[in-house]
Design a protein around this ligand. Sequence first.
Ligand SMILES: Nc1ncnc2c1ncn2[C@@H]1O[C@H](COP(=O)(O)OP(=O)(O)OP(=O)(O)O)[C@@H](O)[C@H]1O
Ligand SMILES: [Mg+2]
Length: 295
Amino acid sequence: MTVTETRLDDLRLIHRGKVRDTYDLGDSLLMVATDRLSAFDWVLPTPIPDRGKVLTSLSVYWFHKLRDIVPNHLINDGSDGWPEELRPYSDQLDKRAMIVRRAKRIDYECVVRGYITGSGWAEYQEHGTLAGKPLPEGLRDGDRLPEPVFTPARKNEEGHDENISVETLENEVGRELATRLGDISVRLYQAGLEHASERGIILADTKFEFGFVDGELTLIDEALTPDSSRFWLKSEYQPGRSQPSLDKQFVRDWLSGSGWDKNSPPPELPADVVEATRSRYLEAYRLITGEELAV
Ligand SMILES: Nc1ncnc2c1ncn2[C@@H]1O[C@H](COP(=O)(O)OP(=O)(O)OP(=O)(O)O)[C@@H](O)[C@H]1O
Ligand SMILES: [Mg+2]
């Protein structure tokens, strides 16, 4: 079943993001990844069937794999059934929902980069630095960094997140917490990088979010999905240019060639682009987990 917008009538919707719908369950939250897709900061009018299932199932996979590094917010992914009050909505929740512990969120994105591109590349080109720290000269877009770098960003109420230096993070949350966030994020990234690498995928960078649950530092939100990370296929990797995105490249290429101005609502995607993109998501899931997602 394709889900563009969830309708869980007896529950209270607290947030509709670009991709996920979040509901209030009291002490816990119900997070549902829909099949909406965003590109160039717009939510597209055409969903990608099963995309939300891939996002949630991948997060669940990583939450289990990474829990020795840090506890996470996952309570129930529905694989052994949903609680009574959610059963009427099973069709909309299957493989795409998680019940999670509600956390007191730390309002920073904990970004780790093992390769330089995107906003990190922009900073490096302008200042020769990354998160304020100098890097070797002569790096190209997409080059591997000498070691992974923690590059935090402040979550702003309005507008885009803002990249900040580790020093600024230390000043704002205290040195101890800033150091813990950096250390844990780099360890999570390293574990993801090594695992993906054995499966032909480069995890170029990623962002984590953390919060406190009963006073304990906890990994929240999603983990190591294509929405929170850049995945590149090793077979397509070629530093010195921007790398094709594992999941969204067909969509970006088609939109760029469609004549759309990126300042007005985007056009519907053609069926072949939808199908090719859906296959990429299922393929990414299969590569990373070694299993087919039963959809
Ligand atoms: N366990 C949790 N406790 C409290 N808040 C959480 C928890 N897990 C995730 N969140 C927050 O819930 C929200 C989920 O929103 P979501 O990611 O769907 O949309 P968004 O961040 O507003 O926009 P975008 O679609 O660009 O990501 C985020 O603000 C995230 O920080
Ligand atoms: Mg988000």
